[in-house]
Write a protein that binds this ligand. Structure first.
Ligand code: NAD
Length: 498
């Protein structure tokens, strides 16, 4: 195993390594607390960075509040703001290789995977820069007494909280929409992957964003909860586990703060009887455990017709067994390590539970006997899984997939919907219109036919316990806006006042 070729001292600016970004400046933290970033590949800490305390949260919120209440940002036209968004996107584009390397260093995402998905960040900023120049921030409707102007106002100061798995793309969804809307922002970066958001702050600084519009601190769950509860924060946009989402929703409900929640998933891929085996495997297999299954929309339950169960399990297990597990810095590696020890132990526990519940492992199932360092787990396929088993119900967030058999399409849809989650799903078939009909019956926010795609102009989010609200598309922008209705008198009444 090669050691991490990432060198924080030479690759990262000192500000990113040692400060927070508040009020347009790189400030020394009030807190003396620090957190070590551990390489999931070598299990060695490679950088120690500051961890915020409540006073750091207060400073970031105060800066965002001031920038919103008295600064230029919410008062600019959407076109003016879009110029800053484009500049930020350009600054991020120039750092994409660094941001990809960070993803690999912090989380163990294979470098090719990181290279493929970091451009999501620039795509999101560009999309919102473009959308905001044509979006109806103001609209007129006739009323009995005259007309009303519906003004879409920025919701205010927003707290953005994202998990460790895919900091940059998740942040970009939130940030693009929040900034385009005219909101000011406090980003609470997670302690496991604090660096991406700070590099984004560097880009905002380079783009000349007015002071206080974007503030970035690294903070743990306690400071996250403190941020969520602060009365000066008008909206929380959270991505993370369903358990934390519920805590945040309760806290926001206490003070009627706006909240968007992007939570966990247990998504089902339904393979219909007419689906070609090879084409289905080619399109489906990469999305069952991308990036070691640590993606919320991973298709972790595969539902196959009972008559084709054996054929499918054999072919799919062979495809998964052929994936090359190893050093995420190597170009040929398909599956890297899990992101951290907590994840590693959690996934191994679920594998034990699957076995003791009576499911069979057709490939994988261990940490891999040829590696003595790194949080590696062999990609694992379970067959003989029934809908009641824990591994069919709970989000594992690792490279573990359950294959389940169904007797007819109605049963397949019932199994797909027999879950507390509703984030994603997919249908594989030779008849795409039939696929569409089945997709409409799946209770999930994002369903694809014969593949999986995410596009900046399409809303993303969950039904049921997978979340509340949407990100991406005009829907994602609306989530950072408040509708204000201003009733205007008729021209006749206006004239009478003169
Ligand atoms: P998590 O819920 O433990 O933590 C997410 C973030 O919330 C972290 O920044 C954490 O520091 C912070 N946090 C924790 N407790 C908090 C509290 N009480 N108040 C405020 N902030 C708090 O999730 P995780 O383990 O880091 O991430 C994995 C989860 O994220 C999975 O469930 C996955 O499905 C989900 N996820 C969802 C999406 C989506 O778009 N729906 C995308 C990626 C990940």
């Amino acid at each position: 195993m090669t050691t991490s070729p990432f060198d924080p001292q030479s690759e990262l600016n000192e500000n990113v390594r040692s400060r927070f970004y508040i009020r347009g400046d790189w400030v020394l933290p009030n807190s003396t607390g620090t957190v070590s970033i551990v390489s999931p590949t070598t299990e060695q800490p490679f950088l120690s960075v500051p961890l915020a305390n409540h006073r750091d949260v207060d400073a970031a919120v105060l800066a965002a509040r001031k920038a919103f209440d008295t600064g230029p940002w919410p008062r600019m036209s959407a076109e003016e703001r879009s110029v800053y968004l484009r500049r930020m996107s350009t600054a991020i584009a120039s750092r994409l290789p660094l941001l990809s390397r960070l993803w690999t260093a912090e989380v163990g995402a294979p470098l090719w995977f990181a290279n493929m998905f970091t451009p999501t960040a620039t795509a999101m900023l560009d999309y919102y820069a473009e959308l905001s120049t044509s979006f109806a921030f103001e609209e007129r409707r006739s009323t009995r007494g005259g007309h009303a102007r519906i003004v879409r106002q920025p919701v205010g100061v927003t707290g953005l909280i994202a998990p460790w798995n895919a900091q940059l793309p998740i942040l970009a969804y939130k940030l693009g929409a929040a900034l385009a809307a005219g909101c000011t922002v406090v980003v609470k970066a997670p302690p496991e992957t604090p660096l991406d958001a700070l590099v984004v702050a560097e880009c905002a600084h380079e783009a000349g964003l007015p002071p206080g519009v974007l503030n970035v601190i690294t903070a743990d769950a306690d400071c996250g909860a403190y941020l969520v509860a602060k009365s000066e924060v008008d909206k929380i946009s959270f991505t993370g586990s369903t358990a934390t989402g519920k805590i945040i929703a309760k806290s926001c409900a206490e003070r009627t703060a706006r909240v968007t929640l992007e939570l966990g998933g247990k998504s089902a891929a339904i393979v219909l009887e007419d689906a070609g085996l090879e084409s289905t495997l080619a399109a489906l297999a990469p999305f069952t455990m991308p990036f070691s299954g640590q993606i919320c929309f991973a298709q972790t339950r595969i539902l196959v017709p009972r008559s084709r169960e054996r054929e499918f399990v054999e072919a799919y297990s062979a495809a998964i067994a052929a994936l090359k597990v190893g050093d995420p810095w190597e170009a040929t590696t398909q599956i890297g390590p899990l992101a951290n020890r907590r994840q590693f132990e959690r996934v191994l526990r679920y594998i034990d539970v699957g076995l003791s519940d009576g499911a069979q492992i057709t490939t994988g199932g261990t940490a891999g006997d040829h590696r003595d360092v790194g949080f590696f787990i062999e990609p694992t396929v379970f067959s003989g899984v029934t809908p009641a088993m824990t591994i069919a119900r709970e989000e594992i967030f690792g490279p573990v997939v359950a294959v389940m058999a169904y007797d007819d399409v109605n049963q397949a849809i019932a199994i797909a919907n027999d879950t507390d989650f509703g984030l994603s799903g997919s249908v594989f078939t030779n008849d795409v219109e039939r696929g569409y009909d089945v997709a409409r019956r799946i209770r999930a926010g994002n369903v694809s036919v014969n593949g999986l795609e995410m596009s900046p102009n399409v809303p993303f989010g969950g039904f049921k316990q997978s979340g509340i609200g949407r990100e991406g598309g005009p829907e994602g922008l609306s989530a950072f806006l408040e509708d204000q209705a201003i009733y205007m008198p008729s021209e006749l009444q206006s004239a009478k006042q003169v």
